[in-house]
Design a protein around this ligand. Sequence first.
Ligand SMILES: [Ca+2]
Length: 410
Amino acid sequence: MGKPILTIISGIIFGLAACSSPSVKPVENGPDSSAHAPVETKSPNSDYKPAFAGQTRIAGVKTKTPYEATVLTSDLKSPWGITSLPDGRLLITEKEGVMLIATVSGQLSAPITGIPKVNSAGQGGLLGLRVDPDFSNNRMVYWVFSEPLTEGNLTSVAKGKLSADEKTIEGATVIYRATPAYKGTLHYGGRIVFDKNGNLIISTGERSDLETRPQAQYLNSALGKVLRITKDGKPAAGNPFTGQNDKRPEIFSYGHRNVQGLAFHPETGDLWETEFGPRGGDELNRIEPGKNYGWPIITYGIEYSGPKVGDGIQQKEGLEQPVYYWDPVISPSGITFYSGSNIPEWKNNLFIGGLSGMHIDRLVIEKNKVVGEERLLVSEEQRFRDITEGKDGALYTITDNGRLYRIHKK
Ligand SMILES: [Ca+2]
């Protein structure tokens, strides 16, 4: 008797929500057949309207599979990036400049030596990381960091070989610098993923200040971009602006504010991205080469101090609309699609570490549209910085105050 009644009640709640918010639509034939009210209940910061139904405040969904999140350790210090080693252990960066290895039972190695100096002031530090697809043979590690130069700080990419005893990175070399440098410590971007051809996708930010913000639109600047480079830091072959005068050949897409989420969809192979908006206007985008994602010309956010950004417009021809946006913000940091079999109903869903949101955001995506949203681990009250799928099909996530969680089937 209990289940049908609950279904009826949730149907009524959903019906009421649908009346008050035109952007809500039920999940039809999705992996979750029961639709709920949107997970966001707070008022937005502006009266901006979405460009299409379902672009924000989509119907809520709930995971049916019993799952739990286990704290493996609380001894990390401001971890920033996490990725799996081939044997299932986890390679982790900490903001202050440390790289280390964690076992899946939460044992931490000593800091790995040989990492070049980072500027960890503000939002800087040792940031995203990935191991080479051929790591088992070449032991190469690639990472992003905020590099201090005399003319200012910048987002840089380095690589080096993890020694056989795992104690040091040998031959660390900076392979790419996202110039120009700037004397600020905000909006470095900092994620890194490999594409299927073995090139590196790197995200940057526009360095936050009004002085540098316009560079997100400049094709002769690496700020506010998604970049595609080789393992040697050269522009990857086939990039959209190759051979064009005064345009950087390493640019893959532009018009971004501060990108801390990058992931490839396991089935379509498309590149997806999340970026921070100002007050409102966090975005999820599907990235296509050469396209302009709009910042700071169009945005669903307003300035932190209250006024509109620029002309206060949200749509413009030639500028891409986000697939989804959040207002208020959740501060989307690291992201991963789920491709494992541990929790089959999560297959191809996107998981987003929310900082100010203090939850893991789960998005159900069908045909490149968001059709359902769920907040996980809300009661943990953590700022989730990055998330990755382990070799065992569990999700592993790290938080600003030093926790490493394993999320898995109960
Ligand atoms: Ca945008």
